[in-house]
Design a protein around this ligand. Structure first.
Ligand code: CAA
Length: 379
């Protein structure tokens, strides 16, 4: 039987995050966007209400919640500010390799200090020359005694300068391509980590995006995740988990745009009646609402597959791709409904449109998602 009813607990948690996002994030989002700040005060407050480490298992100090809850929270935060959703979601993304492949001892060592405070993690996979083709990375790791030494530069790293823990992917056997790299946990503050300048982005300016370089960075050998050279699989499994929740943040942006457009259409009078009375606008709003709902259901389905232990590679790619695309379309149409006012910074829809664009690019471009979906279909 199919049941779309959330549990009482899920509804209560969602309502708490909605209330928090409406009160603490949405009012400051335009200023943070202008100043290009990630809003550490928001991170602190999100930690205080107990949601920052929602995905960390309870035995390591987190709330032990699932991917579906992640979708609920991300939609609410995304509706308030797409960039803040990226900052907060980047923490879960950065920790997920450790959840997937870390030993119990390593989780006990690294997670409780992280979950004790408003700490953020960062996922360091991408490089200047290795974006979609993640397997062509140049960052290396070599074993010296009981330490690994990491060298290389990662790019477009969310939470780059504000993370206290990095998951880093590096080649151990450069001749083996994507079968030759490993995943490592690297605490910030380890000598040799260099933080680059903040990227000046079109949208999601409320997330901190940087280059992070590793120059002869030495970490204990036990900070390597997994057994063999399975870093690529750990990265792919991490992205399978995160893409549903990233899609949900895009749904949040689209939902917010729809809400603003609907309200405006009821108030704005042209040709003697509110523009909502014109069928051209009604059809646009109807299409926007359809897409928001469809996107949410794709995310929930991909999350449900994950939370019930089923494979979700194709479905999470569908969720991420579809929601990124509809967020772009819905926000663009919201700007259209508001006309000239929509193009001005006095209304929030131009920010929604700028923030939505990144959803077609990060966590794997939507072209890569279509590739993953086609591979799922064709085998
Ligand atoms: N789960 C487990 N294993 C997987 C997997 C998955 N989802 N996908 C692939 N694998 C395995 C394959 O089975 C294969 O295993 P074997 O070696 O045993 O045969 C191995 O990994 C290699 O797989 P492929 O041959 O499919 O690899 P590929 O080189 O053709 O690339 C790709 C596949 C889908 C294009 C992949 O490179 C990809 O997803 N690229 C996009 C990278 C990406 O999403 N980057 C985003 C960075 S994070 C970010 O943006 C976050 C942020 O800061 C906001």
């Amino acid at each position: 039987m199919i049941d779309f009813t959330l549990t009482d607990e899920q509804e209560a948690l969602r309502d708490l995050v909605r209330e928090f996002a409406t009160r603490e994030i949405a009012p400051v989002a335009p200023k943070l966007d202008e100043e290009q700040r990630h809003g550490e005060e928001i991170v602190e407050k999100y930690f205080e209400i107990g949601f920052l480490h929602y995905a960390v298992p309870e035995e390591y100090g987190g709330a032990g919640l699932g991917t579906l809850e992640g979708c609920l929270f991300n939609e609410e935060v995304g509706a308030a500010c797409g960039g803040v959703a990226c900052t907060l979601g980047g923490n879960t993304l950065g920790l997920t390799p450790l959840f997937i492949a870390g030993s119990d001892e390593l989780k006990k060592e690294l997670l409780p200090p992280h979950t004790e405070g408003p700490n953020l993690a960062a996922f360091c996979l991408t490089e200047a020359g290795a974006g979609s083709d993640a397997g062509s990375m140049r960052t290396t790791a070599r074993l010296e005694g009981d330490e690994y030494v990491i060298n290389g530069t990662k790019g477009f790293i969310t939470n780059g300068s504000v993370a206290s823990l990095y998951s880093v992917f590096a080649m151990e056997d450069p001749d083996a391509g994507n079968r030759g790299f490993s995943a490592f946990m690297v605490p910030a503050g380890t000598p040799g980590i260099k933080i680059g300048k903040k990227e000046d982005k079109m949208g999601q300016r409320t997330s901190d995006t940087r280059e992070v370089s590793f120059e002869e960075v030495r970490i204990p050998a036990r900070y390597r995740l997994g057994e063999g050279l399975d870093g690529f699989k750990i990265a792919m499994m991490t992205l399978d988990e995160s893409r549903a929740t990233v899609g949900a943040a895009a749904v949040g942006i689209a939902r917010a745009a729809l809400e603003v457009a609907t309200k405006y259409a009821k108030e704005r009078v042209q040709f003697g009646k509110p523009i909502a009375g014109h069928q051209a606008i009604q059809f646009m709003l109807a299409d926007m609402a359809m897409k928001v709902n469809a996107g949410r259901h794709l995310c929930w389905h991909a999350a449900w597959l994950k939370d019930t232990g089923k494979g979700n590679t194709m479905e999470s790619a569908m969720a991420k791709c579809f929601c990124g695309d509809i967020a772009m379309e819905v926000t663009t149409n919201a700007v259209q409904v508001l006309g000239g006012y929509g193009y001005m910074k006095d209304y929030p829809v131009e920010k929604y449109m700028r923030d939505a664009k990144l959803h077609q690019i990060y966590e794997g471009t939507n072209e890569i998602q279509r590739l993953v979906i086609a591979r799922g279909l064709l085998g």
